[in-house]
Design a protein around this ligand. Sequence first.
Ligand code: MLT
Length: 315
Amino acid sequence: PAIIARIRKLLKERDAVLVAHYYVHPDIQDLAESTGGVVSDSLEMARFGHEHPGKTVVVAGVRFMGETAKILNPEKRVLMPELEAECSLDLATPIDEFSKFCDQHPDRVVVVYANTSAAVKARADWMVTSSIAEKIVAHLHAQGKKILFAPDKHLGDYIQRQTGADMLMWNASCVVHDEFKAQQLEEMKLSHPKAKVLVHPESPPSVIAMADFVGSTTGIIMAAERMKAPEYIVATDGGILHQMRKKLPGVNFIEAPTAGKGATCQSCAHCPWMAMNGLGNLLEVLERGHNEVRVDPEIGRKAKVCIERMLDFAK
Ligand code: MLT
């Protein structure tokens, strides 16, 4: 379609690269891939945007992803199709309250999930994403460190069970993953006896307990490639199924069940903020150059320390 051709042309003209999250619309994922950008998780999005020589990075995702790109590349222009695309975890971690919580526990290393504001990252010692959180916590635990972990309590509890680390948790959850329900999943498994269950660790513990594999989006895709099952039930945002179906044609991917359907569930396993990214606002942002992500330079400098610590650890 014409709109896709125009976006392609403008990306070139503006020396811009498109980085997209697995949870955005398939059309945007395909565009990122076919224009030399990337479709990935937040860790790889951050790394890719950082290393790419383009002058402008267009981030199709939610705000913290745009902020992370800007913090790592203060000299680049970072644009987002929709600046109001939030994250429930970020919203549930206001800096003032979080800072007080940290002040009350000065003996703990502060580890925050990528899904937080720049100000929260600036207060932290480490940033982690779901693909590396367990490794970093295990590393700190091995050094005898006690940890304050924020904001996702399900992810934190899961890592705590895996590593045995001493972790004090902030209490928030993701509106998408929190909706997966163990009982309905049990019923679904009965009608799909050959299916393997792949679960994101932001899901409730009862759902995690039923998983054949628990991991980040990248981890889930790799697990499906490795396990070679004829069917998978996938408990994370449904946006990921696009890549899974492309990589494994002929395999049946089923979205894990949520509490309700339509009006009765908040998200029905699709993040409403990720869904704000569309071809229309992507084109507009490239045409007009508006929706530039801005981060207070002082906060950005502080936040960069904990992001780079993670990127160095990941090397
Ligand atoms: C991210 O890091 O992008 C999100 O936590 C989803 C994931 O990749 O697991």
